[in-house]
Design a protein around this ligand. Structure first.
Ligand code: KG4
Ligand code: ZN
Length: 350
């Protein structure tokens, strides 16, 4: 079984082709970083127009890389939401057109489900598993019970974790998206003790029951620190120390919330036949400090820690094609009248 996947929900135009034995036959991606950089964030109208321009050449490149024709495909999967609706429609319509012309099934992929299932592409991961899904638009803790079956244990009450990295980075004058730049600056921090003394940050929700997050207070605290520094371009030493403090705080927040989630997971599944897994996915899962902290947390609780390789954490076509494989195997396909959805919570899936 061979499935083509198309991702256009944000600022990455991406196409991949995957076989059901997990072979990635092509995985082509074009990031629109340059198009949006001057605006300090993703501009939906520019994103949609860029997807229009790039999708066809990227599709052709992926087919050539895999040395395949459309008639070799068994199904086409495309992100149908949640995301920026203009871009989602570009990828969805292209996917439907290929499926219709080849008379093969179309799979409408929920972008969040694609992040949630990516670790099953790269690891031998059994259902159910505990998932921290942290991206630019979402921060959730879920139990992944099966394809299409999710139990939400908690989510953010305000900003997403990636959004907090991005907005904080912007406040410090770092390029968009801030997450990877915050990580790089944090790694350059020479005096970690001073970082905490000079830039203490709050940990909203710490110690509270449940698994919800809140990041807006943290972002405000970063802003207040930046405002106290001399005006103009910040000293790199200050940036690296503030980034260090921010990244440590983020990872402590993730650990604190996941402790409650692990207790809930274990009380729901006291007798699992396999080692329970703590899984992280989404763009923020590329952060090495957070990965290390979760790895230690998992070990402490006799859980296996699973995270996709760095190139499959941020948006990509492979995660969409793989979700297509998972759904096609179960005959979970869609008719061509399915609509694109700017909002599409995982709990609404089936
Ligand atoms: O999953 P993704 O590519 O797109 C969405 O679905 O939102 O996630 C993008 C988010 C951005 O906020 C970006 O700053 C963050 O993931 N991110 C990181 C890192 N790499 C990407 N955050 C922290 N550390 C990183 N290394
Ligand atoms: Zn994403």
């Amino acid at each position: 079984m061979i499935v083509l996947g198309i991702e256009t929900s944000c600022d990455e135009t991406a196409v991949a082709i995957i076989r059901d034995d997990k072979t990635i036959m092509a995985n082509v991606l074009l990031s629109q970083l340059k198009e949006h950089r001057a605006f300090g964030g993703v501009v939906p109208e520019i994103a949609a127009r860029s997807h229009m321009e790039y999708l066809q050449p990227i599709l052709i490149a992926a087919m050539q890389y895999a040395n395949m024709e459309f008639c070799d495909l068994d199904g086409v999967a495309a992100t149908c939401g949640p995301g920026l609706i203009g871009g989602v429609m570009v990828g969805m319509m292209a996917g439907k057109a290929i499926a219709s012309s080849q008379n093969i099934p179309f799979i409408a992929v929920n972008h969040l489900e694609a992040h949630a299932l990516t670790p099953r592409l790269t690891h031998d991961l059994k259902f159910p598993y505990l998932l921290l899904l942290v991206s630019g638009g979402h921060s959730q803790i879920l139990i992944v019970e099966d394809v299409g079956k999710y139990k939400k244990l908690g989510s953010t009450l305000d900003d997403a974790m990636g959004e907090c990295f991005d907005k904080s980075g912007k406040l410090m004058g770092l390029p968009h998206p801030g997450g990877p730049h915050v990580e790089k600056a944090a790694m350059a921090c020479k005096d970690t003790q001073k970082a905490f003394e000079k830039f203490p940050l709050p940990q909203p929700m710490k110690g509270r029951a449940g698994c919800d997050f809140s990041f807006s207070g943290l972002k405000t605290a970063v802003r207040l620190h930046v405002e106290k520094l001399p005006a103009g371009k910040l000293e790199y030493e200050d940036v690296s120390q503030l980034c260090y403090s921010l990244q440590e705080t983020m990872s402590e927040i993730a650990v604190d919330r996941l402790k409650n989630a692990i207790a809930q997971f274990k009380s729901i599944y006291p007798d699992l036949q396999h080692t329970p897994a703590l899984v992280v996915s989404g763009g923020v899962a590329a952060n090495k400090k957070i990965r290390n902290a979760l790895n230690s947390l998992a070990a402490l609780h006799d859980m296996e820690f699973v995270a996709p390789p760095l190139n499959l954490c941020s948006d990509n076509g492979a995660m969409i094609a793989w979700t297509g494989v998972e759904r096609l195997k179960r005959n979970m396909t869609n008719t061509l009248d399915i609509a694109a959805r700017p909002r599409w919570p995982l709990e609404d899936l089936n």
